[in-house]
Design a protein around this ligand. Structure first.
Ligand code: MN
Length: 286
């Protein structure tokens, strides 16, 4: 199932070139008041339970054209967005050669560096676009498979990792290059794109064998497969959860292959990912 959020906080199921509006199913979620729970996204947490109702509603729902919808981040309220640095060998090699990426840092391994967090306030959907706050600096695209956690877990064993996954999406870990810490440079508003929708886990037979391609204005910049991940999806879940509890809706951006490069206002960035779909994002000045 392809689940999206669209327009004015509507919930939808993507069916071909249309969206079935199943917002009414979200009425089953508890109404919330301060202090809000910090235990994850309420919809993603309830998804296994709500799924039959979503499927029933979708078959009878009002439809809107996908091309006319404003696509929001398919996850509304993650507790965190986790990033994986230097997680493809060809990106490690390009980072060593290019001081525009390395900025004097010694490029080691993901096992040395650990993971980083992107601010939740940076999260946007495909139709919201990316607003470059420092257009005079180098702003790079990083196309990545994004894993969305479904079931809470801490110290998750590699062998159990898959059952903690709700689904997948395309992630753009947008980055302003420079000497600052990654969590600062990668947390600018709109620098975490998730979309175009969430594909539920059972539709992707092996997340460690997913082809993807990123283009800027139609020109290929990145083309790879998640089989080249240094820490694969299962290991990333094990690694992340050895430091912090993963909650429903938490997003892991799994890392980017070689070919990262600058974008400028006016560019159109697209990512095609096998089994997930086509993401198209407009770049503008903030
Ligand atoms: Mn990245």
């Amino acid at each position: 199932m392809k689940l999206c959020r669209f327009n004015d906080q509507r919930l939808g199921v993507v069916l071909g070139d249309e969206i079935a509006d199943v917002t009414s199913v979200a009425d089953a979620l508890p109404a919330m008041r301060w202090p809000l729970p910090t235990t994850g996204d309420a919809l993603i947490a309830a998804l296994p339970k709500l799924r039959p109702a979503i499927e029933r509603a979708a078959s009878a729902a009002e439809r809107v054209k996908l091309s006319a919808a404003k696509l929001l981040s398919p996850v509304a309220n993650p507790t965190k967005i986790i990033g994986a640095p230097i997680n493809y060998n060809d990106h490690i090699e390009e980072s060593k050669k290019d001081q525009g990426i390395a900025h004097g840092r010694e490029i080691k391994t993901i096992g040395d560096w650990g993971l980083f967090l992107k601010a939740n306030s940076a999260l946007v959907g495909a139709s919201e676009g990316v607003a470059l706050r420092f257009p005079q600096r180098r702003n790079d695209h990083e196309a990545e498979l994004a894993v969305i956690i479904g079931e809470r877990g801490s110290n998750i064993a590699r062998a159990d990792a898959r059952r903690h996954i709700a689904g997948y999406a395309i992630g753009l870990d947008m980055t302003v290059r420079g000497p600052e810490l990654p969590s600062f440079r990668k947390s600018i508003d709109s620098y975490a794109v998730l979309g175009p929708w969430l594909v539920t886990a059972e539709e992707i037979a092996d997340p460690n064998a997913v082809d993807f391609e990123c283009k800027v204005n139609g020109e290929t910049r990145q083309k790879s497969n998640t089989r080249y991940l240094v820490y694969d999806v299962d290991r990333l879940i094990e690694y992340a959860s050895s430091f912090y509890t993963l909650h429903p809706g938490d997003i892991i951006m799994t890392g980017t292959p070689a070919g990262v490069g600058p974008v400028k206002p006016g560019d159109t960035l697209t990512v095609d990912m096998a089994g997930i779909g086509h993401l198209s994002v407009a770049i503008r000045a903030a």
